[in-house]
Design a protein around this ligand. Structure first.
Ligand code: NDP
Ligand code: 2IT
Length: 444
């Protein structure tokens, strides 16, 4: 049996209840086959793949907090420190009822390669909790965040592990967590990114993931003879990534006609009104029904359905496994030319293969959404030098990073005879640097 298949089999046997983790590892290791096969003896002897797929360490802890009725609630907190061979652990904190260890491990594993692709010195990690911020008062969110950080603060630090936002964790949650870290540890340090601008945050971090997604998509289209201008775009999700992806798509002359949330979706043929979407989602924290109620051109639909709308470009920006084989078929039938993942692993493996086989340009999340963590690394740099850069400075660095990522994966794919396969290109380019650093640092 090949080394890759042996390791895949062992991971599934050893971590039986973690399907998302299996999926992420399978995608990465399968596309690394040519690289592994070229170095099979060496990597096997080094147990490189076993070391790469086993987190350095993982924490799981109780998070008790008191709700507004005086009732004690208990959630479970996680932090997985996956790999720090190229820099301190770096990755977001997800707050969503679906969170479990397997989901955090898949996200942490993806983060290793994504962070490597940014070209910046950051390792891979991820954390979160099964706490649901939806419908909670600010005081309840604060109580949860403080309790979560009371435990998490033992394991993180500006040079050790630097968490940030993800689903359910935005500026409000990062603020409460930063305050509690400072109170317990007594140091004012860049231990979290995505901070508010008044206390060490970076300009353009809020916009970075969505903007970065569009910068990479624009470059991918350009290098394949297309122009983003004039394209019709379907976006899923209506959170941080979706909102700023929509804004930048419009700035580049495209038209976004859909957004979604966990209960339904909106089709707005005149183009999504970003100011209204921000008001509904960022200010009121309301459902998309409120967007549709305030916008005569918009139709609201319950359930899923975004990918049935005809578009040139599809940008899944909600969550994992939200673009299925049947959706891929609908996109291809409607003439879609490109899919770029704003979310982490939103496209299932069979849907990805179908899109690639039908010549749809496909940019995987670990490349396409890397602008968020890249700008987090720029926030870390600003915190270290105790300076802040202008919006234009950060945004122009972000643009350079995203264009560079695209060319790195394009080149890596070509080097292994897989021209146009950006999934393989991203995995290979991300892996090469991490593997070299791991081997150079010995068996640790
Ligand atoms: P937000 O919490 O701001 O928004 C998430 C959006 O996705 C909401 O519209 C939410 O709907 C929807 N959603 C979440 N879970 C589900 C679900 N199970 N089914 C259907 N819809 C769902 O998160 P972000 O925008 O920050 O994150 C979106 C994706 O992007 C995630 O995969 C995240 O890991 C990834 N990402 C985020 C980065 C960042 O910087 N924030 C960086 C790189 C990747 P509802 O409000 O109804 O729950
Ligand atoms: O998935 C991701 O890359 C993020 N949620 C952002 C991580 C970060 O550290 O900014």
């Amino acid at each position: 049996m090949s080394y890759v298949d042996e390791v895949l089999e062992r991971i599934i046997a050893k971590n039986p209840a973690e399907p998302e983790f299996h999926q992420a590892v399978k995608e990465v290791l399968s596309s690394l086959r040519p690289v592994i096969e070229a170095n099979e003896e060496k990597y096997r002897k080094e147990a490189l793949l076993e070391r790469l797929t086993e987190p350095d360490r993982q924490f799981k802890f109780r998070v008790p907090w008191v709700d507004d009725k005086g009732q004690v609630q208990v959630n479970t907190g996680y932090r997985v420190q996956f790999n720090n061979s190229i820099g301190p652990y770096k990755g977001g904190l997800r707050l969503h009822p679906s969170v479990n260890l397997g989901i955090i491990k898949f996200l942490g594993f993806e983060q290793i390669f994504k962070n490597s692709l940014t070209g910046l010195p950051i390792g891979g990690g991820k954390g979160g909790s099964d706490f649901d911020p939806k419908g909670k008062s600010d005081r309840e969110v604060m109580a949860f965040c403080q309790s979560f950080m009371t435990e998490l603060c033992k394991y993180i630090g500006a040079d050790t592990d630097v968490p940030a936002g993800d689903i359910g964790t935005g500026a409000r949650e990062i603020g409460y967590m930063f305050g509690q870290f400072k109170k317990i540890r007594g140091t004012y340090e860049g231990v979290l990114t995505g901070k508010g601008l008044s206390y060490g945050g970076s300009l353009a971090r809020t916009e970075a993931t969505g903007y970065g997604l569009l910068y990479l998509t624009e470059e991918m289209l350009k290098c394949n003879g297309h122009d983003i201008k004039g394209k019709t775009v379907c976006v899923s999700g209506s959170g941080n990534v979706a909102i700023y992806a929509t804004q930048k798509a419009h700035q580049l002359g495209a038209k976004v006609v859909t957004v979604s949330d966990s209960t339904g979706w909106v089709y707005d043929p005149e183009g999504i009104d970003v100011a209204l979407l921000k008001e509904v989602k960022e200010v009121k924290r309301a459902r998309l029904t409120e967007y549709a109620a305030a916008r005569p051109s918009a139709e609201y639909h319950e359930g899923r359905g975004v990918w049935t709308i005809k578009c040139d470009v599809a940008l899944p920006c909600a969550t994992q496994n939200e673009l299925l084989l049947e959706d891929a078929k609908a996109l291809v039938a409607n003439g879609c030319i490109a899919v770029a993942e704003g979310a982490n692993m939103p496209t299932t493996l069979d849907a990805t293969e179908y899109l690639q086989q039908n010549n749809v340009l496909f940019a995987p999340g670990k490349a396409a959404n890397a602008g968020g963590v890249a700008t987090s690394a720029l926030e870390m740099s600003q915190n270290s030098e105790r300076l802040s850069w202008t919006f234009e400075e950060v945004d122009s660095k972000l643009q350079g990073i995203m264009v560079n990522i695209f060319h790195n994966l394009d080149d890596a794919a070509k080097r292994y005879g897989k021209e146009g396969d950006y999934v393989a290109g991203a995995n290979i380019a991300g892996f090469e640097k991490v593997a070299e650093a791991m081997i150079a640092q010995g068996v640790v």
